[in-house]
Design a binder for this molecule. Structure first.
Ligand code: PLP
Length: 372
């Protein structure tokens, strides 16, 4: 029987994911918390987490309670930190699913303590200190009483203390050094009160790549783990390889006569008669509509332009006077022959950041996992 799933698919190379983890590890020399929020940046939450776990990742990080529960239901046993702000009424669920909690205020600490006491089971927490992101966390300049309250807690085990960098994508931003200084100063409070120093973690991908001083006791890389750089200004200080490819197949071939417009809005028409093929993927799958007449794809090892507007489920490609056949492979992200299209360049063409491109690829696209 033939494969009933769409010929459009995401192919995740698990060996590359493992390579990237090893590469990051070797570079930082401290434990790695692999960030797998947002469906592992589009790569597939549970399969990616399971592979990272077999590769000995030290911990996993997600954004929301639901993502943590999905990992536990998927059989993941590694430590999992939920990095988003907790809502008090959810505290019991965190504890019941053995999820590590981000505690970002004294009030929330009290809510977690109450839930832990009611369950008769200690909560494992990481204290969130705000050093300049102004997102969640106690400001570093008033972290003293927060740290004292947590260290004295009967029902919370303070496993970590962390902060988040706002400008680490930019290797020359002075913000990172300032945030590091504020963070270390806040952490000193553990020493001042004679409490054991928990794991201090600060570095996202930008910190991993550009700021070795931020590596501290653990790092939290997301995008670079998937082999994609956070920003065009990023330095490829760590050797990583993109783990995700997005491929489809030619579903239709025709000749479009000179002057006849292609797709919605009739925004593009060829100057000469040309060959145009249709590819069965669109913005309904997360292929950015901003790539209308701006994107490129690979067919038979050649680069061709997307022409006209991207539709919900299809778009068109001008192959000039070349040949292409129904069912020919079309690469939208990844390599074909000697040519390649990186998520970073696709993001730039669409006016997006690479994160949006990866995370936008939705559940409509089947994912396939390859391993040598
Ligand atoms: C998303 C996130 C990360 C990972 O960010 P990348 O830039 O993808 O490396 C790390 N820490 C926190 C708190 C995050 O929210």
């Amino acid at each position: 029987m033939s494969d009933p799933s769409r010929p459009t698919r995401i192919v995740v190379d698990l060996d590359r994911l493992a390579f990237n983890l090893r590469s990051i590890r070797a570079h930082v020399g401290v434990p790695v918390m692999g960030i797998v929020k947002a469906n592992a940046y589009g790569h597939g939450l549970v399969p990616v987490a399971a592979h990272l776990q077999t590769q000995g990742v030290d911990a996993l990080g997600v954004a929301f309670l639901e993502e943590g529960i999905a990992l536990r239901r998927g059989g993941i046993t590694a430590p999992i930190l939920v990095m988003g702000g907790i809502f008090g009424p959810q505290a019991a669920q965190f504890i019941a699913h053995d999820l590590e909690i981000t505690v970002s205020s004294v009030d929330k600490l009290r809510q977690v303590e109450a839930a832990a006491e009611a369950l008769g089971r200690k909560a494992v927490i990481h204290l969130k200190v705000d050093t300049g992101m102004e997102r969640i966390g106690v400001h570093s300049y008033s972290a003293g009483p927060f740290i004292e309250a947590a260290a004295a807690s009967q029902w919370c085990v303070v496993k970590g203390v962390y902060s988040h960098l706002a400008c680490a994508d930019d290797p020359v931003s002075p913000m990172t050094a300032l945030q590091l200084e504020r963070f270390l100063e806040a952490c000193e409070h553990f020493n001042r009160i004679g409490a054991p120093m928990p794991l201090r973690h600060l570095a996202n991908s930008g910190g991993v790549l550009h700021f070795p001083q931020t590596h501290l006791d653990m790092v939290r890389p997301g995008i670079v783990l998937y082999g994609v750089l956070p920003d065009p200004a990023s330095r490829p200080a760590v050797a990583v390889k993109p783990a995700l490819s997005l491929v489809s197949q030619v579903v239709y071939f025709k000749v479009v006569k000179a002057g006849n417009p292609v797709s919605y809005g009739a925004t593009w028409a060829p100057a000469h008669d040309t060959r145009v093929v249709t590819v069965p993927i669109g913005y309904g799958d997360g292929y950015p509509r901003g790539l209308s007449s701006r994107g490129q794809v690979l067919i038979r090892g050649h680069v061709y332009p997307v022409v006209g507007r991207i539709c919900m489920d299809q778009f068109m490609v001008d192959i000039g006077s070349d040949s292409a056949w129904n069912e020919d492979e079309v690469v939208l992200i990844g390599a074909q022959g000697d040519a390649a299209i990186a998520a970073e360049s696709l993001a730039q063409a669409a006016g997006l950041i690479p994160y949006e491109v990866l995370v936008g690829l939705n559940e409509r696209i089947p994912r396939e996992y390859r391993q040598a």
